[in-house]
Each structure stands twice: as C-alpha cells, then as structure tokens.
Design a protein around this ligand. Sequence first.
Ligand code: CA
Length: 229
Amino acid sequence: MSKILIVEDEVAIADLENDYLELSGFDVEVANDGLIGLQKALEEDYNLVILDLMLPGIDGFEICRKIRDDKNTPIIMVSAKKDDIDKIRGLGLGADDYMTKPFSPSELVARVKAHLARYERLIGSAAEVNKVVEIRGLKIDTTARRVWVNGEERAFTTKEFDLLTFLASHPNHVYTKDELFSEIWDMESIGDIATVTVHIKKIREKVEMDTSNPQYIETIWGVGYRFKM
Ligand code: CA
C-alpha cells in the first residue's frame, strides 16, 4: 500500500485530503506543522508528499528544498495563491506538481495516482537496466555484455556471446543447428551450420570445466543443443 504524507496546518483541509486518500486505499499520515512534516518526510519512507506552502515555522519552499537534497519522493505542492505557483516553478525546487486551493479532492486523488504510477515506472525501468542471467557458476550480464565463470570474467566474441546468451535465456529448450544459425547470424552472413558447431566448441572451452562432459551446453545427438537448467 502506498504511504502518503500530508503536511498541512489547516486542519479542515488536512482532514478532507486525508479522508479522500484513505477512501482511495492509501495509507495516510498528517503533519500539521512544518518542522514535524519535514522530519517525517526525511526519516520515513513515503511514496508521495502533499506539501502546503504557507506553514508556521518553516515554509513549504524550504521543506521541499530539504527533502530534495536527500530524496526523490514525488512532491505535490499546494498553495492558496496562484502567484506562488510561479514562484515554485521559478525557484526550481524540484516539486513534481502544484495545485491551487481550493481544489476538488478527487482531482487531488487523480494527481496522486498519476504521480505514483509515473514514479513506479521510473523506479521499475531503473531496476531493469542490467539484465543478468545467472545459472550455477555462470553469470551473464546481457546489458553490459560481460560473462563470469565462477566469479572470473571471460572474454567472448560478439557471436559467441549472442549464442551463449540465447541458449541460456531459453534453458532446457533443444535447438537445431539450423535454428541457432538463423537466430544468431543474419541471412547475409557467410557460413553454415558448421559455424554453430565451431562457436559451441569455443564457448565450451571458456565456460566448461570439462569440455567432454559439459555442464551447461549439452549436445543432443542428431538434433542440436540445449542449455541445461
Ligand atoms: Ca497553510
């Protein structure tokens, strides 16, 4: 469940925002004071912060700046004055969105959902940056195109790497040499299925402890090869 922090000194507004967000299934906390709000935002992990601008003690500008020094939590800034929005933009505080009071609570909920979805996509795509296939002692970073065997890096040619990665990405699937050739080599390539055999031999020399008893790429006699899971 997404956790949302509301920093708002007007209790009636804070309650209204709180009720609508809770009804939409969010876990909500409210701080009616700027300093407490800032402390919570920095110490706890919220998925989003709704931040009022005019607060006693420390204002929303300062809170936004301090959160941004430390965290990427999406921030929606809320103000009673339209002029403030221009000021927020002008200061480049790193707020993700701005709303002018009064706003409809359902509009707030819609924006909260949109920002959470956008943030999750960002986090998700960052997590996918390096795709790694790891099977027993063999580790293939398909993004960086690097291979390790029992922690030791091995160098592969482009086609060796492509062939190994293709097989390791489809474990236990038996491929004929024809299938592998058309998968890894484009049509204009000079070569034939013997090329596949040669490359398999080279890959085995790099990844197998004992090439006569392969642990990774198995020969299926009369058919082709498969990567053992
Ligand atoms: Ca206020």
